[in-house]
Design a binder for this molecule. Structure first.
Ligand code: PLP
Length: 420
C-alpha cells in the first residue's frame, strides 16, 4: 500500500519547481557568490590546511613534503596526542560506548560525566561544575540563564566571540568597557549601580594579543561596587599559574572570581567540550535553564575519558605547566633579541607584530616553505594596521624546535624587510 502510493507519486507530473532551475535557490546563490567574492577581494579569505597526522609539535600537512613544525595549535601542554590520554579515551569508548544518543537530563548522564564534573570543580577549587559540548556552548548558555532585565553585564570590548554571542542572547543591561581599561570599567560600574546584579565578564587571557586581564584590579572594583566576576579561561586553564589552575591562580584571586568557563578542547587533551565551574546554586540553575545544556547531546565517552586523564596528569605534577612557561620565555626573548615585537605578557600566545596584512600573509607562507606552520591574522580578526603572525608555544616543543622557528623568522623577516 505504501509502495503503490510511492509509485503513483513517482509517475505524477513533477512540480514545475523541479523542471526549472529553482529561482529562489539561484537568487540565494547569486547573493552568496557576491559575498564570497567580497571576502576574497578584502584579502580575508580563510583557507584550511589539511593535516594528515595526529595533532602535535611535528605534523604532516597535505601538499607539503616531510614533517612540519607546528606553532599554531592550542595544544599548550602537548596532551592532544599523549599516550595516556589516548589510552584513557580508548578505555572509555570500550566501556561506555560511542555516545549517549541523548541530552544529559533524559538519559545522557553516565558515571564518567559526574566524575569529570567533580574533578573539574576540585581542580578549580569551586563548589560544582557542569559540562557542555564546547566552551562556546558554555558561554552561550550562562548569561541568559543567570541574568534578567533587572541585571547588568559589563564586558571587555575584546572578549571572545562566544562571550559576545552569549551576552547578546540575554536580556540584561549591557555595558562594554574599553579593553582592560579600569577607569572605564569603574565608570560603567557606577552607572550600573541601579541594577539588581552586576556581572563583569572577561577573558582571562586574550587569544589574539596574549595579554592577561588585570584580575586583581577587576576584583577590587567588583568588591567596591558589589559585582560578580566571570572569566573565560580557555587560554589559561592547565598552564597559567604555579599549578596551572589559570589566570585567577596566577594573579592570586581564586577566591574572588565567582565563575570560570573553560574548554577541554585546548590544553586539556584538545578533543572537545567545555564547562562552567562556580557556586553550586548557579550550577544547579544551569542544569535547569541553560539551553545548550538542555537541548544538545552529552559529551561522548571517549572525549570524557581523554579530558579526565589530562586533568589527572595535571593534578599529579605541575612539571608540564612549568615547562611551557620556560619555553615561552626562550621564544619571546630570542625573538625580541632578533628585533621583532612580540605582543602580550609571558603567555605562550606570542603574536609577532608586523602591521601590514600582506606582509603577515607572505611571511607565514614563507615560513611554511621552511617547514614551520604559523598563521597570519589580519583585519577583521584583528584591528586594521595590526596584522601579525600568531605563534603558540607548547610544552612538547623542544628547545631545538624553538630555535629553528626563531632562525626561520629571522631569515624571512630580513627577506621581507620586516627587520632593521
Ligand atoms: N572562549 C575562548 C576565549 C576561545 O578562544 C574559544 C575557542 O576558540 C572558545 C571560548 C570556544 O571554545 P570551544 O572550542 O570549547 O568551543
Amino acid at each position: 500500500m505504501w509502495c503503490s502510493r510511492l509509485l503513483r507519486a513517482c509517475s505524477a507530473p513533477a512540480p514545475c519547481s523541479l523542471l526549472r532551475p529553482h529561482s529562489a535557490l539561484a537568487h540565494m546563490t547569486r547573493i552568496l557568490e557576491g559575498e564570497l567574492e567580497s571576502i576574497r577581494g578584502a584579502g580575508t579569505w580563510k583557507s584550511e590546511r589539511v593535516i594528515t597526522s595526529p595533532q602535535g609539535p611535528h605534523i604532516h600537512v597535505e601538499g607539503s613534503r616531510g614533517g612540519i613544525l607546528n606553532f599554531c595549535a592550542n595544544n599548550y601542554l602537548g596532551l592532544s596526542s599523549h599516550p595516556e590520554v589516548i589510552r584513557s579515551g580508548h578505555e572509555a569508548l570500550e566501556k561506555f560506548g560511542a555516545g549517549l544518543s541523548s541530552v544529559r537530563f533524559i538519559c545522557g548522564t553516565q558515571s564518567i560525566h559526574k566524575s569529570l564534573e567533580e574533578k573539574i570543580s576540585h581542580f578549580h577549587q569551586r563548589e560544582d561544575a557542569i559540562l557542555y559540548a564546547s566552551c562556546f556552548d558554555a558561554n552561550a548558555g550562562i548569561f541568559e540563564a543567570l541574568l534578567t532585565p533587572e541585571d547588568a553585564v559589563l564586558s571587555d570590548e575584546l572578549n571572545h566571540a562566544s562571550i559576545i554571542d552569549g551576552i547578546r542572547l540575554c536580556k540584561a543591561n549591557k555595558y562594554r568597557y574599553k579593553h582592560m581599561d579600569m577607569q572605564d570599567l569603574e565608570a560603567k560600574l557606577q552607572d550600573a549601580q541601579k541594577h539588581r546584579l552586576r556581572l563583569i565578564a572577561t577573558d582571562g587571557a586574550f587569544s589574539m594579543d596574549g595579554d592577561i586581564a588585570p584580575l586583581k584590579e577587576i576584583c577590587q572594583l567588583a568588591q567596591k561596587y558589589q559585582a560578580l566576576v566571570f572569566i573565560d579561561e580557555c587560554h589559561a586553564t592547565g598552564f597559567l599559574g604555579p599549578s596551572g589552575r589559570g589566570t585567577d591562580e596566577l594573579l592570586g584571586v581564586m577566591d574572588q572570581v565567582t565563575i570560570v568557563n573553560s574548554t577541554l578542547g585546548k590544553a586539556l587533551g584538545g578533543a572537545a567540550g567545555g564547562y562552567t565551574t562556580g557556586p553550586k546554586a548557579l550550577i544547579d540553575l544551569l542544569r535547569q535553564r541553560s539551553r545548550p545544556y538542555l537541548f544538545s547531546n552529552s559529551l561522548p565517552p571517549a572525549v570524557v575519558g581523554c579530558a579526565s586523564k589530562a586533568l589527572d596528569l595535571l593534578m599529579e605534577s605541575n612539571a608540564i605547566a612549568q615547562s611551557v612557561a620556560a619555553k615561552t620565555k626562550r621564544f619571546r626573548s630570542k625573538m625580541a633579541a632578533a628585533g621583532f615585537t612580540i605582543s602580550g605578557q609571558d603567555h605562550p600566545i606570542c603574536p609577532v607584530m608586523l602591521g601590514d596584512a600582506r606582509l603577515a600573509s607572505v611571511m607565514a607562507d614563507d615560513m611554511l616553505e621552511r617547514g614551520i606552520y604559523v598563521i597570519g591574522f589580519s583585519f577583521p580578526v584583528v584591528p586594521k594596521g595590526k596584522a601579525r603572525i600568531r605563534v603558540q608555544i607548547s610544552a612538547v616543543h623542544s628547545e631545538d624546535d624553538i630555535d629553528r622557528c626563531v632562525d626561520a623568522f629571522t631569515e624571512v623577516g630580513h627577506k621581507h624587510r620586516a627587520l632593521p
